[in-house]
Design a protein around this ligand. Structure first.
Ligand code: HEM
Length: 218
């Protein structure tokens, strides 16, 4: 029964929504921890937090759940996109529904793919050297060095614009796919989605910019 549900596009949309909302929750937690980087204490609080994250067994378990959520979200997105392409009888005939969809919704697979590329580079910079190779640097030093590079900071800023676009459609669409539509609450969820998709990437984007410009103030 469950296997059948997830073969259909409704099941896939539900799985996209649930994993997407879980990833949104992760973004809030991740940003809250990362904001410690802005504390003017030479990285003491952030390094303590980072140490806790890498040693606490409960956090290790949540990381496995997080990786699974990313995988399911990405694989389902690819399957849905292939399924939609096949379902289109003639791709050169103008699809009328296209006229009424937003730029953010039409580009979900592209913004999602680019955020994924960002994630791979991001993990290669921070997660791989510290968790897999036990780097000599503190996590704060790695972050500081990375963001003092204009290209790396520029890359993060562009990636956060793409993340805004992805969340702009994704957040409210998740509630729609779960069938949570209501005359009073849907406009509220849409507004919440807009706020979320601007504020979260803005918070993440401020961190590299802070490190980049601070190096010139000394
Ligand atoms: C300025 C922005 C960001 C900074 C400074 C930052 C920093 C970090 C650091 C230091 C780690 C390693 C944590 C550890 O191993 O202890 C990490 C891991 C990770 N980051 Fe980010 N991050 C940022 C933005 C993002 C964004 C936008 C995403 C998702 C789209 C993301 C997803 C992840 C994931 C999935 C991990 C691995 C899981 C984990 O270790 O918690 N990060 N990040």
């Amino acid at each position: 029964m469950m296997a059948k549900l997830f073969q259909g596009s409704v099941g896939k949309k539900i799985s996209m929504s649930l994993t997407g909302l879980f990833l949104c929750l992760f973004l809030v937690v991740h940003l809250s921890g990362n904001l410690l980087l802005l504390k003017n204490d030479g990285g003491v609080a952030f390094n303590q937090y980072s140490e806790f994250m890498s040693t606490n067994p409960l956090i290790r378990i949540s990381e496995i759940i997080l990786a699974a959520a990313f995988l399911v979200h990405i694989i389902t997105a690819i399957l849905l996109s292939l399924q939609n392409q096949e379902a289109r009888p003639d791709r050169y005939v103008l699809d009328r529904s296209y006229v009424h969809t937003s730029f953010a919704s039409r580009t979900m697979i592209y913004t999602g793919s680019l955020v994924f590329i960002f994630l791979v580079i991001h993990l290669k910079t921070f997660f791989v050297p510290h968790r897999l190779f036990h780097s000599e640097q503190t996590m704060y030093q790695t972050v500081k060095l990375a963001f003092e590079n204009p290209f790396y900071t520029g890359f993060y800023v562009v990636a956060m614009v793409l993340l805004t676009l992805h969340l702009w459609h994704g957040f409210q669409s998740a509630f729609q796919s779960l069938g949570l539509r209501h005359r009073r609450y849907t406009p509220l969820i849409e507004k919440l989605g807009m706020g979320f998709s601007i504020l979260i990437p803005l918070g993440f984007g401020l961190i590299p910019l802070y490190f980049f410009f601070r190096q010139f103030l000394k």
